[in-house]
Write a protein that binds this ligand. Structure first.
Ligand code: F0G
Length: 392
């Protein structure tokens, strides 16, 4: 066929968007592949069909940041990465599960969703419910959730009920309400939450080209460690990774039912997100640690705050205290000689370690202010300011 002949090719598909002047919208750069959220990215692994309306804020695709400071602290040839889940649309890992839970709730024609929360679940549920146009109701332990999270639930239009009880009592109430009324419970006992949250493990493996040797995560209600382990196992079963990681979970010392092996009636810790005494996914967490030859241990509030400050001051990564529990755990393991005694013999080279940083530091600005010396106001005089900075 002569190249000069008018082509019989069909006209190109019409672009989805046009600019105001009627021309086609600019083409996205081929270097920047638009991210489509966790449901579209991992659709074959998720309980969705062509009938499921996808409610998404384009969650997921969070940074996996190499940490020089922590790699050095662990020593040897260890490589430590930080999976910064605080970079999700509402500032925590909950968005991964919520996109699936709310999409399925809308598919089931639910008009209202309900959760109990230490803060992040309520922030996420209310944002996704707002986007879907369904009502959200959240039960929170009165006076025990960080201000950023409360403000999120309120501004997204949730019906916020502050209950004079702890999280465990709020969850029991939420379960009863969902049994008695036509409302969808979106706590992590809803299996769609676990399905969505397992995508964190997929992203880690996709970024590294393998599973890490050790996956370290904070544990509260225990849904997240359960979900991550499910994700790794599914990638393993489908031949996407050749080895499974060891799962290490860390609870706060005063709220460590899984470590103590019994329900804690009055859990205490400054890490309000994980102030939980009766985790819903107790069995899931135990299975993750046992099947992976891992463990669940406790760290003190002092260790959590040290890790919290270290991450912010030496790595430039601002997380909320609960997230710092993972790093506090890593540092405690390093100090106890765990990596020299156990891990080096198992892995040639240094271990590849991922810490899951579950929530953003801006969720709880009050904690940051309490952990540092707040500057005293000074008069706007050049010499005074220069002196205060230490300049001559
Ligand atoms: N980190 C953060 C920042 C959290 O908000 C939570 C849980 C966890 C860790 C623990 O995850 O519960 O799956 O073991 N927050 C829940 C909430 C309980 O209501 O926002 P988990």
């Amino acid at each position: 066929m002569s190249p000069s002949r008018p082509s019989a090719r069909p006209s190109p598909p019409r672009p989805a968007f046009h600019d105001r002047r009627g021309g086609p919208a600019p083409r996205p750069s081929p270097l920047l592949k638009p991210w489509r959220g966790v449901i579209e990215t991992y659709r074959p692994y998720l309980p969705v069909s062509s009938k499921t309306p996808v409610i998404t804020l384009l969650e997921g695709n969070t940074p996996l940041i190499p940490s020089r400071v922590l790699s050095r602290r662990v020593g040897g040839r260890a490589e430590v990465y930080l999976k910064y889940e605080g970079m999700n649309p509402t500032g925590s890992f909950k968005d991964r599960g919520m996109t699936v839970a709310i999409s399925k709730a809308v598919e089931a024609k639910s008009v209202a969703v309900l959760c109990a929360s230490t803060g992040n679940t309520s922030a996420s549920a209310s944002a996704y419910a707002a986007r879907a146009g369904v009502r959200s109701i959240v039960l929170i332990p009165s006076g025990a959730i960080a201000l950023g999270k409360l403000s999120q639930a309120l501004i997204h239009g949730a019906r916020v009920v502050a209950v004079e009880a702890n999280f465990d009592a709020c969850l029991a109430l939420a379960k009863s309400l969902a049994q008695l009324h036509p409302i969808t419970l979106v706590n992590s006992i809803n299996p769609h939450r676990i399905e969505g949250q397992k995508t964190c493990a997929f992203e880690i493996c996709d970024a590294l080209g393998r599973a890490p040797d050790i996956n370290i995560t904070p544990v509260g209600n225990a849904g997240n460690i359960t979900a991550q382990w499910k994700g790794y196992r599914e990638y393993y079963d489908r031949g996407r990774i050749r080895r499974l990681p060891l799962m290490a979970g860390f609870q706060a010392e005063g709220a460590a039912p899984l470590v103590k092996g019994k329900i804690i009636t009055h859990p205490r810790t400054i890490a309000t997100a994980i102030r939980i005494g009766h985790p819903a996914s107790w069995q899931g967490a135990l299975a993750a640690s046992e099947e992976s030859h891992g463990f669940i241990r406790a760290v003190s509030d002092r260790q959590i705050l040290q890790a919290y400050r270290l991450l912010a001051a030496e790595e430039g990564v601002f997380v909320e205290p609960a997230s710092a529990a993972a790093v506090a755990g890593l540092l405690a393991l390093a100090e106890s000689g765990y990596f020299t005694q156990r891990v080096r013999s198992r892995h040639r080279g240094g271990p590849l370690i991922v810490c899951i940083l579950t929530g953003h530091g801006l969720k709880d600005p009050e904690r940051a202010i309490k952990s540092i010396r707040v500057p005293r106001p000074l008069p706007p005089a050049l010499s005074t300011i220069a002196k205060a900075i230490g300049l001559k």
